[in-house]
Design a protein. Structure first.
Lengths: 739, 539
């Protein structure tokens, strides 16, 4: 791995890159070793001779531990993992002044663990399971534990428990079950609107109907027409909780599993497992769905399935999933600009007939799905929409941590003259549009920049040709024919989660009628992104920001959770999750982020303490919720800006700062020669430099991994180059660091 | 620490020889690994606050009220609530100590007249006391796991005990303070292991004064301390240690029972502690030998029909889940004296062995067997008493594969036998999934360390049969879950109250319990035989 690229360039940032991936040549730079790398799989370990006097050297080696490496060029020989020592060639290198140190590091259980700095409960557990020879059990146990956690949270109270006459979200969902199984479809969107009239899109209604049928079969009293309003028996609660858990287990949990396996497919199994734990134990979603009571995991799960399908190249399936998610909860609209930009961008990327064909099929499939969802309501097609989009309501309802509510402390928006004419809605719409434009345009522009040349069309038809590398970031490590869907995945797929985050948080911050629970939408993509923790605790990355966003989001929902009787669960879940993923703001390197995080957590602690001890002054009964909203809106605003920055950086990693040189790309690259041609290396170096920026988790990833697997690292692969390297002699696989 | 001795862990004996490097110096109070277990278990326990609570919750709340608001002379006479104080005096003092903060948290908790009080403050306070007092168990386990030679294996055992489903089910859902008291027991065993036998005896005396069910274990303690502490290895009696130990133990009892003896309340105290008015079996038969005998009686009744002399009272008694006396229809009836004699006879065998081999390890096994015998043959045994077996048995689980196998069978059957304590659907899902995860992690990691393939044909067959038995719990659970749905009314909880109604459906409500009890009893009896043979042959 040399490939890795980063091992040399970014030594200061990631001196402890995973040793598993280290391949010959990371410290020695001879061409010979690079050629060997094709056959030297790092999984095959050569026996390391132990120094006969190792035990005598031990005290000295203990002291060696903290001294800086004498080898600036190879910063990480000290960090061989105990189980995977560096390969033969490099560890026996005479040039290394401390050969014994490395061996010692490789054998001592304490010093050799390179993960000490980023150690977390999740990593420790996964590592322990692997050592206990229980690898196949890791994933099932994680899934089981995730389900158990959800169910345990569900033992507590829910929204609107014991508060007649209206109760809360729980009663709304239960009421819809009752309503849908007892009324003909035409009345669904009209019946008794003041008492939790149906105001979600049709898929929710259909799912409610299905759950209602099952509930009716089990006990008709739970969903008896009219008379069951406010039913709170333990049995019915268990049933309702079980429906949430079942839908979660059927849609969201498998989607997360597939995501962690496929999206991080270039990472180690351990990282995948840790990612799975990180996402599944994310406290906000668990507590809102299983504590407060809602079905957000269905909507989010469908979006995640869409992302999984896009990543695998099945755009039409992905589009259907996304439309279904929209049809389940209109909140998924927050994601729609990003999804739209990605799909349109893919049409650009395919360039030409294929692009136009994809555009048409996407449009057809999406419209058909949409029509199918709404078709049963054809006699009053507008009513669902009137119910779904309540434009007649105010700018914001409760205190919510977005721009409007937070700035309302200073600028009384609702008292301004503009409010009387309904201008506020327009203002909000305009601001939102402005806020979502940058990520959308960025995504579209990148798709255009990385579009394939017309020649690709012909390649697509060559179904028999085997490419040695799927389209860069799609990175399906197996050999995939060029006609397979995975081949046509554009590099911008790596940007999609960033775009999802940026558009949804822009909606959250600036749009009209936002609920505090909508923060779940931005949280999902950022949690997905952070789950593959890349920077290993040496610098502030998306991981730290993701944890901060998650923790602050929980705090922003505190007034709601407290009202629901889920306050204790909230604390428990937050602390458990933070401990699980090994987050500690105190241990971070000093940076602006650290100061911000510490300040935020201190203010949160002070606010909690104050709320528990001092009741708010009579003049400002909403003092604590307002302070809460202001603080959280500020943090969300910063996270939003950071998210934009990350997206642009990831974009640079893909296409470079100045776009790409189309002309150069069309030239056939080096023939299948054993060494990389100068030009290709240069080009790779160019890409590498771009990534060298503070950037691009994702692109780095790809490079790391493809380097590890002895494959080419370029994200945007021209078919010509593919052809030149096809046939297995992929020797230009080394990153620039090899040089 | 979690990474320590990764490869050598599979062969404990060898690993201890080759651990050349001294263990890293402890710089922190708890290792990260220990923090993980603590965080995980605390999170689970907190999340279980709103879970189902049995009447034991009200029992303990009532005791808080009694000890707080009444003078000590009335503690054992108060009977406003039907849940009178029937634990030994140390537990009463313990409740008194807990009641002081309780009065600050919410004065209504400690009001004797305020029956069935279960406001959030009361629930949270009492649940928190369970969690905090369980740290005694945690501390004892830490001491045990850190002192062990094969640290990584003992760490698994310690963690498995701290997260044991029986503690979660009985303490943190059902509501009791077993974690605290087993903590004292483990401290005592720890002292035995480190050679501080005086402390070992004193701690056990204290424990006895917390909860008298630990009398099941007393014979083993008596024999062990007498032989190894009060006698020289050659058999000479040592007066000084004996006097020390005896006076210390007497002192403990004086502190505990003394005040009540002075007030002349001893008879009242004893009548509260030992109510001899109960039947052979509890409402839900604890899965012991008597459960098998009772089941055999039912089967004979069905098969034999009119051909045998049938006791009419026994026919009526057949399927009711009453606390009243169990009367056999076909087999001869059992009297308390019979159970007592059988228990003593079995214990005598193990104690003789312990007398001859008075090592700490042998003591642990004999202790387990003592508890096991009492559980198997005792009069009116509670299903919760199975913890007396499971906890000490866990400590010897990693001796070798035969011990491990015994541990697995007893644990699975024992934990499953606790399941009927939680009959509400929400907690049922929890208990099953939690136990499955616990079992997968503990059994999976332990079995890989000490696996030995059975070498002879009979042992292979036995091994297979045991596997079959263990897998049988899956169909059993399916049957137990769905039988009431199919046969009886849909939403009837299988509580004691419901079965007392005596309706036709109660038969179907009792049938799953009977099945569970009998199936678990088979495993527990088999594990009992296994452990007996192991102890008599191998120590």
């Amino acid at each position: 791995m040399s490939g890795i690229s980063t091992a040399g360039n970014q030594s200061s940032k990631r001196p402890k890159s995973r040793p598993k991936f280290r391949s010959p040549g990371s410290s020695t730079t001879s061409v010979r070793s690079r050629v060997e790398s094709e056959t030297d799989f790092e999984e095959i370990l050569s026996p390391q001779p132990r120094h006969p006097y190792l035990h005598l050297l031990q005290p000295w080696l203990y002291n060696m531990r903290d001294t800086p490496s004498p080898l600036p060029a190879s910063p990480s020989p000290f960090r061989s993992s105990p189980l995977r020592p560096g390969p033969h060639g490099s560890s026996m290198s005479v040039s290394s002044p401390t050969p014994f140190t490395r061996q010692f590091q490789g054998t001592h259980p304490k010093l050799g663990t390179l993960d000490d700095d980023v150690d977390s409960m999740a990593r420790r557990w996964v590592r322990w399971m692997a050592k206990a020879n229980m690898r196949p059990w890791i994933a099932p146990l994680i899934l089981g534990a995730a389900l158990l956690l959800r169910w345990t949270v569900g033992l507590g109270q829910y929204s609107g428990y014991g508060t007649p006459p209206m109760f809360g979200d729980y009663e709304a969902q239960r009421h819809w079950m009752e309503l849908t199984i007892h009324l003909p479809m035409r009345d669904w969107y009209f019946y008794d609107l003041p008492y939790w009239g149906l105001d979600y899109p049709p898929l929710t209604a259909y799912v409610s109907w299905l759950c209602g049928i099952i509930g009716h079969w089990m006990n008709p009293e739970w969903v008896a027409f009219e008379s069951s309003r406010g039913v709170e028996s333990p049995d019915s609660k268990t049933f309702m909780r079980a429906t949430v858990l079942a839908l979660d287990a059927l849609i969201y949990v498998p989607a997360v599993f597939v995501f962690c396996r496929n999206w991080w497919n270039t990472r180690s199994r351990r990282t995948q497992s840790v990612a799975l734990l990180t996402v599944l134990f994310q406290p906000a979603l668990v507590i809102i769905d299983h504590g407060h009571f809602q079905y957000n995991s269905v909507m989010l799960g469908l979006v995640l399935w869409a992302l999984n399908f896009f990543h695998a190249g099945h755009d039409l399936l992905g589009a259907i999933c996304f439309v279904l998610s929209l049809g389940f909860k209109q909140m998924a609209l927050y994601y729609s600009p990003a999804i739209f930009a990605y799909l349109l961008g893919k049409c650009f990327y395919l360039n030409g007939l294929a692009g136009r064909r994809l555009f048409l099929s996407l449009a057809t499939v999406s419209s058909l799905t949409f029509l199918a969802l709404f078709a049963p309501f054809y006699w009053s097609p507008l009513q669902p929409f009137i119910r779904i989009f309540p434009f007649s309501r105010g700018l914001f309802e409760d205190k919510v941590a977005n721009f409007w509510c937070a700035s309302d402390v200073v600028v009384k928006w609702r008292n301004m003259s503009i409010a009387a004419t309904g201008g506020l809605a327009k203002l909000a719409l305009l601001t939102t549009l402005l806020a979502i434009l940058p990520p959308v345009i960025h995504l579209l522009r990148l798709s255009w920049l990385t579009r394939r040349s017309e020649l690709d069309e012909e390649d697509l038809k060559e179904t028999t040709t085997i490419s040695s590398e799927a389209a860069g970031p799609a990175a399906v490590p197996t050999l995939s024919p060029k006609s397979s869907p995975a081949y046509s995945v554009p590099p911008t797929i790596r940007l999609l989660p960033y775009a999802l985050f940026n558009t949804s948080i822009a909606f959250f911050l600036f749009s009209f009628q936002v609920h505090e629970k909508s923060i779940l939408l931005p949280l999902m993509p950022i949690t997905l992104l952070m789950s593959g923790r890349e920077n290993m605790g040496k610098e502030i990355g998306i991981w730290e920001w993701g944890v901060l966003a998650n923790n602050v989001a929980l705090f922003s929902m505190w007034p709601l959770l407290r009202k629901d009787g889920q306050g204790m669960e909230c604390f428990v879940l937050v602390f458990l999750w933070n401990h699980l993923i090994g987050y500690s703001p105190l241990r971070m390197p000093l940076s602006l982020h650290k100061l911000l995080a510490l300040a935020t957590y201190s203010v949160i602690a002070v606010l909690h303490l104050a709320e528990f001890t001092i009741s708010p002054p009579a003049r400002y009964p909403d003092l604590y919720p307002v302070l809460n909203a202001v603080l959280c809106a500020g943090v969300f605003g910063i996270v939003w800006l950071v998210g934009m920055k990350k997206q642009f950086e990831a974009g640079w990693a893909i296409a470079g700062l100045g776009g790409r040189n189309r002309k150069g790309r069309k030239e056939p690259k080096a023939n299948a020669s054993p060494g990389p041609s100068l030009s290709s290396v240069e080009e790779e170096k160019h890409g590498q430099d771009a990534e060298g920026g503070p950037s691009g988790e994702c692109a780095n990833l790809d490079n790391i991994s493809s380097g590890r697997r002895g494959k080419k690292t370029k994200p945007d692969i021209s078919p010509l180059r593919l052809r030149s390297t096809a046939g297995g002699s992929v020797t230009s696989n080394l990153g620039p660091n090899g040089l | 620490m979690a990474t320590f001795s990764p490869k050598t862990a599979h062969k404990p004996l060898i690993s201890s020889q080759f651990e050349a490097a001294p263990p890293p110096k402890r710089t922190r109070w708890l290792d990260s690994w220990e923090w993980d277990i603590l965080a995980l278990s605390t999170a689970v326990k907190f999340l279980l606050f709103p879970a189902y609570r049995s009447t034991d919750f009200e029992v303990h709340r009532n005791w808080l009220a009694i000890t707080h608001s009444l003078p000590i002379s009335k503690w054992y006479f108060e009977d406003t609530s039907e849940w009178t104080l029937d634990y030994p005096p140390f537990f009463a003092y313990f409740e008194w100590a807990l009641s002081i903060p309780a009065a600050f948290v919410d004065p209504k908790i400690v009001d004797v007249k305020n029956l069935l009080y279960d406001a959030w403050t009361a629930v949270a306070y009492q649940r928190i006391t369970v969690i905090l007092t369980e740290l005694v168990l945690g501390a004892a386990l830490l001491k045990l796991s850190r002192g062990a030679v094969d640290r990584s294996t003992h760490r698994i055992i310690a963690a498995s005990l701290f997260l044991h489903p029986s503690f979660i089910i009985v303490d943190h859902i059902h509501f009791q303070y077993n974690g605290f008291m087993f903590g004292i027991l483990l401290w005592s065993l720890c002292m035995a292991k480190t050679g501080n036998k005086l402390a070992c005896g004193v701690l056990f005396a204290i424990l006895l004064n917390f909860k008298h069910i630990y009398m099941y274990l007393a014979p083993a303690y008596f024999v062990y301390l007498l032989r190894s502490y009060c006698m020289a290895p050659q058999g000479r009696f040592l007066v000084a240690p004996f006097v020390t130990l005896a006076s210390a133990v007497v002192l403990v009892f004086v502190v505990s029972v003394g005040p009540f003896a002075i007030m002349g309340q001893l008879p009242q105290l004893l009548s509260r502690l030992f109510p001899f008015k109960r039947g052979l079996n509890h409402a839900y038969w604890a899965p012991n030998a008597w459960a098998l005998v009772t089941a055999l009686d039912r089967v004979l009744l069905k098969l034999g029909g009119a051909s045998m002399a049938v006791n009419e009272a026994g026919v009526v008694s057949s399927s009711r889940g009453l606390i009243g006396d169990t009367v056999f229809a076909v087999l001869p009836n059992i009297k308390p004296i019979h159970t007592f004699l059988i228990t003593i006879a079995f214990q005598a065998i193990y104690l003789t062995k312990l007398w001859r081999v008075p090592t700490a390890k042998s003591f642990l096994a004999a202790l387990t067997l003592c508890g096991y015998t009492s559980y198997m043959f005792g009069w009116h045994v509670h299903e919760k008493a199975v913890m007396l077996i499971l906890v000490p048995l866990s400590l010897i689980a990693a001796e070798n594969y035969a011990h491990y196998r015994t541990f697995v069978i007893a644990s699975v059957a024992g934990i499953y036998s606790l399941f009927p304590l939680l009959f509400t659907p929400a907690e049922s899902f929890f208990k099953v999934v939690y136990s499955l995860i616990w079992g997968a992690v503990v059994f999976g990691s332990l079995s890989k360390r000490i696996f030995e393939y059975p070498s002879t044909l009979p042992s292979v067959i036995v091994h297979r049969l045991e596997d079959l038995y263990l897998y049988g719990f899956f169909p059993l659970h399916a049957l137990v879950t769905f039988l009431p749905l199919v046969a009886g009314p849909r939403s009837g909880p299988r509580s004691e109250e419901a079965s007392q109604a005596g309706s036709a459906s109660s038969q179907f409500e009792f049938l799953p319990l009977m099945l569970t009890s009998v199936y678990c009893a088979v495993g527990l009896v088999w594990a009992f035989l296994r452990l007996s043979v192991l102890y008599l042959r191998n120590y």
